[in-house]
Design a protein around this ligand. Structure first.
Ligand SMILES: Nc1ncnc2c1ncn2[C@@H]1O[C@H](COP(=O)(O)OP(=O)(O)OP(=O)(O)O)[C@@H](O)[C@H]1O
Ligand SMILES: [Mg+2]
Length: 366
């Protein structure tokens, strides 16, 4: 069973405060959709509205063409997995998983079969007789997912289900979720403020900020062609470099004057761009040490971050603006060094004062 979910012009207010303002969004059947955004942007609220735990003030939500926002939660055929797991402490794992089905009088042989199947899938068969208090965080989290799976819902909603796990378990559970997703054919909506979770799990990401949707796209679209300065800042680590630039046209393309006076040719079409303040965006991976090739400019290394496979160099240009560059893992650069930097002008983005973005014309390049 699966669901195509249509969210149409949905708004939500708490008293006089609008927390979601006219959101529209189509989620395809079997899609893994991630809602990504900073704390307080309304991700959980939107998820809870789909589940029926919050009312919809304006607009509609439909599943497979049928309006559901007026239905009680129990009739929506959706299962939600909470950050806190919300397991019943006095019940065994098996009973926790079976509880929802017993409530709606599913025959007991069907319940047993579904619990066994979910336990097998999640590798928690040996834990079925334990109580939640006798489980690790990761095991509890799997039980919570198991409880959702046995309902065989049309859609799964996850609200930051990994955020209570330690870093290593979080990565492992993320991989397990990705595998589970291939086995359980169902629409999944996953809320997180962790961009790596979003990038690794999603078919498409909905980036939310400030009551609105900033962008909807595949992980690589969001990364390579961020629709706004907010998205460019929020997705990618280290965060994109931004430099205040003056822009001019050269053979139809934008040429940017960096704050230290260096001229950088870009692959961004100049048509449609006005004068005024612009920020040039360039990711650290597009700023390398010159090493033999002519340098675009020079910077003084303030901080070195060794990540093992690569080294991030926090450099300062002559005018004082900061540019993070990338070097090899075994970088021989030292703090205080003056280094030549090569900026790849074909992998730049421009943002105007309102935060709107311009990119080069070749999708996937960025
Ligand atoms: N019951 C409520 N009454 C009043 N305001 C609320 C209520 N629930 C949420 N809010 C407000 O609505 C906004 C959106 O909250 P929501 O929980 O959806 O954010 P979120 O994106 O899930 O954040 P987080 O990442 O911290 O979980 C916040 O400003 C929050 O303070
Ligand atoms: Mg939340």
């Amino acid at each position: 069973m699966t669901a195509n979910i249509e969210i149409s012009n949905v708004s939500k207010r708490y008293g006089s405060m609008t927390v979601l303002d006219g959101l529209s969004l189509s989620i395809k059947a079997n899609e893994f959709m991630v809602f990504l955004g900073p704390s307080g942007c309304g991700k959980s609220t939107l998820l809870r509205m789909i589940a029926g735990l919050e009312s919809v003030d304006e607009g509609t939500i439909s599943i497979n063409g049928e309006r559901i926002d007026t239905l009680p939660p129990g009739q929506r055929d959706i299962a939600m997995v909470f950050q806190s797991y919300a397991l019943y402490p006095h019940m065994t794992v098996a009973d926790n998983m079976a509880f929802g089905l017993r409530n709606i009088a599913v025959p007991s042989d069907v319940i047993s079969a579904r619990v066994a199947e979910a336990a097998r899938m999640l590798e928690i068969g040996h834990l079925l007789e334990r109580k939640p208090g006798q489980l690790s965080g990761g095991q509890r989290q799997r039980v919570a997912i198991g409880r959702a799976i046995v309902k065989e819902p049309k859609a799964f909603l996850f609200d930051e289900p990994l955020s209570n796990l330690d870093a290593a378990l979080r990565v492992r559970t993320r991989v397990e979720l990705a595998q589970l997703r291939n086995r359980v054919k169902s629409t999944m909506i996953f809320v997180t403020h962790d961009q790596i979770e979003a990038m690794t799990l999603a078919d498409r990401i909905v980036v939310m900020n400030n009551r609105k949707i900033e962008q909807i796209g595949s992980p690589m679209e969001i990364y390579s062609r961020p629709a706004s300065r907010f998205v460019a800042t929020f997705v990618g680590s280290p965060t994109m470099n931004f430099l205040d630039v003056g822009i001019s046209e050269e053979n139809g393309f934008v040429s940017a004057k960096l704050p230290d006076g260096t001229q950088l040719k870009t692959a961004i079409r100049a048509a449609g761009l006005n004068g005024g303040t612009h920020a040039l965006g360039i990711r650290a991976e597009a700023v390398k040490l010159a090493n033999g090739v002519p340098a675009t400019t020079t910077g003084k290394v303030d901080v070195l971050e060794r990540l093992g496979d690569r080294t991030l160099l926090y450099t300062r240009l002559k005018d004082g603006s900061v540019v993070v560059a990338e070097d090899i893992g075994n970088s021989r650069v030292a703090i205080g060094d003056e280094v030549g930097l090569t900026l790849d002008g074909s992998r730049t983005h421009l943002f105007d004062a309102e935060g709107r973005a311009w990119h080069n014309e070749e999708p996937g390049h960025g």
